[in-house]
Design a binder for this molecule. Structure first.
Ligand code: KIV
Length: 262
């Protein structure tokens, strides 16, 4: 089955098909989540926290994002693949933003970029789109602005949120992530714009949902936000399996005859 295209992804809204997205950061993860038949895979800058172990998403670099996105891009056959533009790769003028987003598309086989911002990034979104680079916008809680926002807080300014979403749509974004906003505001935005809204902590009325893979699988080692539903407890399972292996190595039960060669 060929990959979902950007116009097909946007068209899911009119077709009333709910969109399921998840993050992935390497080849086997991408293969597994793609095989589950989801519509979108995001190489998120959440990698900075869940893979690299940093406190926030600011440290991850463009080169690191491209290194991981290339593995994901090579693995995925079906889903649309989107790559986060890390801080501050789109803040240094539209020329640099096109150069950086262009590198992502040229070097990774991924199809689109995501950037945090609405009204204040409208010019950059329009410049990228006019260069042929599809952009997913990210409004509401913008983790790259954690210091300005004063923490990871629910964003409640309806007027500002609506203005951001409308500006992103007008600038040519093909979809918008809405992070950590009240359900009623997300519903209002979803009913107002013609492009899909992808919620994370934004309630059930969005056109789709996205979760961080490590949160979904229960392998996040740090803080897990309230909006996460863990669909597995792999942290417990990994510890159980490795502890059993350790015990069997110590007791001599592993390796058995069938694990060796005569
Ligand atoms: O970086 C990321 O994983 C994200 C999602 C949480 C939307 O931006």
């Amino acid at each position: 089955m060929p990959r979902i295209t950007v116009p097909e992804f946007t068209g899911f809204k009119a077709a009333r098909r709910k969109i399921a997205m998840v993050t992935a950061y390497d080849f086997p993860q991408a293969r597994l989540v793609d095989a589950a038949g989801i519509e979108g895979i995001l190489v998120g800058d959440s990698m900075s926290m869940v893979v690299q172990g940093h406190d926030n998403t600011l440290p991850v670099t463009l080169d690191e994002m491209i290194y991981h996105a290339e593995m994901v891009g090579r693995a995925v056959e079906h889903a649309l693949v989107i790559v986060d533009m890390p801080f501050p790769s789109f803040h240094l003028g539209t020329h640099r933003a096109i150069e950086n987003a262009g590198r992502i598309l040229k070097e990774t086989r991924c199809q689109a970029v995501k950037l945090e911002g609405g009204v204040e990034q409208a010019g950059t979104i329009a410049a990228l789109v006019s260069a042929g680079i599809p952009v997913m916008a990210h409004c509401g809680l913008r983790p790259q602005s954690v210091h300005t926002l004063g923490g990871y807080k629910v964003q409640r300014d309806e007027r500002e949120l609506l203005a951001d979403a409308k500006a992103a749509e007008k600038a040519g974004a093909f979809a918008i992530v809405l992070e950590c906003i009240p359900r009623a505001i997300a519903k209002r935005i979803t009913e107002t714009v013609n492009i899909p809204t992808i919620g994370i902590g934004a309630g059930a009325d969005c056109d789709g949902q996205v979760l961080v893979l490590h949160d979904l699988l229960g392998i996040t080692t740090g803080y897990v936000p309230r909006f996460v539903k863990p669909y597995a407890d792999l942290k417990t399972e990994v510890t159980r399996a490795v502890t059993k292996y350790r015990d069997e190595v110590r007791s001599g039960a592993f390796p058995a005859k069938e694990h060796g060669y005569d």
